[in-house]
Design a protein. Sequence first.
Length: 352
Amino acid sequence: MVDNPFHCAFKLQGKSFNSKEELIDFSKEISSEVTGFLMEWFNKESFVELKTSGSTGNPKIIQLQKKHMVNSAKATGDYFNLPEKTTALLCMSPNYIAGKMMLLRALSLGWHLDIVEPTSNPLKNLEKQYDFSAMVPLQLYNSLADIHKIRKLIVGGGTVSNELLNKIQEVKTAIFATYGMTETITHIAVKKLNIISSGVESYYKTLPNIRISLDNRGCLIIDAPKISEEKVITNDLVELISEKEFKWLGRFDTIINSGGIKLIPEQIEEKLSAIIKNRFFVAGKRDKILGEKLILIFEGIKNDDVLNKVQYLSTLSKYETPKEIYFLEKFMETQTRKIDRTKTLSLCKIGK
C-alpha cells in the first residue's frame, strides 16, 4: 500500500484534490480506465497486476510492487529534470504500463497532468504547452506540425523509422527513444533521437541505479534492484558500448538461420526502411536447402517498384536480400496496434 496517496502539488485537468476519494470521483469524468487504475493504486494491496508484452518470454500476468513503480517514476523525474509542477500530457491508454506510469509520475512527483483521448494525432486541437509527454511513433508522426507544444518527449512502443527520424532532426522538442518493458516498469534506458551530430551514433543510456550485462546468447540482462527484486533476462540482442550504454541489435527469438548465416530481421528492416514507406517486415520461411529463407511481407497492393528497389538496394548483402516478397492488403495487429507478425504470416500461410 502507498503511504502518501499523492503529492500535494499534483493537479489533474487543472484541479487539485484533498483526498483520494475526491480524485477517484473526478476521474470518472475522464475515463473508466483512469478510474480503474486509481482504484487499484489506492487499494490495500502492495502490488499492481499487469500483462507482459513478451519481451522476456511468453506474455503472462505479473505483479509489480508499488514501491518499485514509485522508484521508477522518481528515476524518470531525476533523469529528465522534471520537478513538481511539471506540466505533462497523457495521450496514451491507461490500460497499459506506459499510460499507467505517466499518471503515476504525476501523482508521485506532483506534476500538473492533463489527459486526452489516445488518438493518432493527440496534439491537434490543443493550445497549451507542456514540459513532458510520451507517445508511440505513429502519434509522433501525425503530430509533427504541433510537436513544438511539447518540450521533452519520450517515444516507445515501436521502432522509429528512418523517415520519421529525418523529420524530427530540426524540431526544438527534445525527443528520446525509450528501452524498457512491463517487467522493468517502462524504460530503464533512453536514447536522444534528434539534433544528433552528423556521423555520430546515439546509444541507449541507462537511468540511475541500473546495471547491465550480457548472457551467453548476447542478450541484455538488467540488474535494477530499485524496480525489480530479480535480474531481468531479456530476449534482446545488444552490443555493450560501456557500463551505461548499449546498442540494440534485435530480438534473439526472431533470428533467421539461412544456410548457416544468422540474420537479424530488425537490422535488415532498418536498411529497407530507407526505400519502403508502407508498413512491412521480414521473416524466415522454411526451405529445404537453406533451412530458412528470408522473405519480405509488404502491406499494400503488389508494387513492381518495390520489387526493383529491394532487389538492387546496395546496403543489403546478398544474404540480406529477400528471396520472396508477399503483398497483403492489411496486416494483423496486437491490442497495442503493433504488427502481429505471427498472425500476419498465417494470412500468407507461412510458418516459421
